[in-house]
Design a protein around this ligand. Structure first.
Ligand code: NDP
Length: 240
């Protein structure tokens, strides 16, 4: 029998695209989700359904999964990766930016979990891997809104892990440090983008997204009786 279906949100760039490549190499059929369909298709992987969806639209992930499952069978792993980082200070940042981050990084992630948890519990197996961050464990300057979303991801992941552990479902968080992706383009303040770039240089550069992808695959590939609850990985010279 072939390997089971893996669904990845935010697979059109950065960490999500790297995760998709690693799972394809491991022989899994894939459901890739993001808004930029041409970028999803450009990842160019075999046995892959690319779905152009906005994960903040409730029900969109479940609908995409239904289409993929018709072709490839049940989703065995959901990688909840779509996210954005908009740096700023609470007193000056446009509140729409926090709303956007909470909608995408937290609420859409919860909706995607809800879309797969029931069937996974019924089957007595399945893995949800949520992309948190070192910002889900500690604080950084100008990160209050983003840090809030990632602490939420860490808390939600741990809480749900406890709730579904008895049903054989694994819920895992991956907490990467600074990684070379498009995420920094989302911060609107040019000054904060420059500060971030200076910090990246100070710590001697950032991780390749494939380093995170390997950690995701490692966690997934453990025997079903083993749950790697959390992986924290960061550039060696990143202290916090
Ligand atoms: P990128 O900006 O490169 O990728 C973000 C992905 O999310 C894209 O594929 C984007 O696709 C997708 N996305 C954004 N909004 C939506 C939406 N509304 N609906 C569907 N997909 C969406 O950044 P990263 O690869 O860095 O980010 C991936 C995850 O990793 C995030 O959760 C981020 O917080 C986390 N992370 C990143 C770190 C880093 O240093 N880079 C460190 C720690 C964690 P599209 O625009 O096509 O919709």
């Amino acid at each position: 029998m072939g390997k089971p279906l893996v669904a990845i949100t935010g697979a059109s760039s950065g960490i999500g695209a790297a995760v998709a490549r690693r799972f394809a190499e491991a022989g899994h059929p894939l459901l890739l989700m993001a808004r930029r369909i041409e970028r999803l298709e450009a990842v160019g992987l075999p046995s892959t359904l690319c779905e152009q969806i906005d994960v903040t639209v409730r029900g969109s992930v479940r609908a995409a999964i239904d289409r993929a499952e018709e072709e490839y069978g049940p989703v065995d792993c959901l990688v909840n990766n779509a996210g954005t980082m908009m740096l700023g200070r609470i007193e000056t940042q446009d509140p729409l930016e926090w709303e956007r981050m909470f909608e995408l990084n937290v609420l859409a992630l919860m909706n995607a979990m809800a879309a797969v948890l029931g069937p996974m519990r019924d089957r007595g197996s399945g893995t949800i891997i949520n992309m948190s961050s070192t910002s889900g464990r500690t604080t950084f300057p100008n990160h209050a809104g983003y840090t809030g979303t990632k602490f939420a991801v860490t808390g939600i992941t741990e809480n749900v892990r406890e709730e579904v552990a008895g049903d054989g479902v694994r819920v895992i968080s991956i907490c990467p440090g600074a990684t070379s992706t498009e995420i920094m383009n989302h911060t609107t303040s040019a000054e904060l983008r420059q500060d971030y770039a200076a910090w990246r240089d100070e710590i001697g550069g950032v991780m390749d997204p494939d380093a995170v992808a390997r950690a995701v695959l490692f966690a997934y590939q453990q025997p079903p009786s083993v749950c790697v609850r959390e992986i924290v990985l960061a550039p060696t010279r990143q202290v916090r």
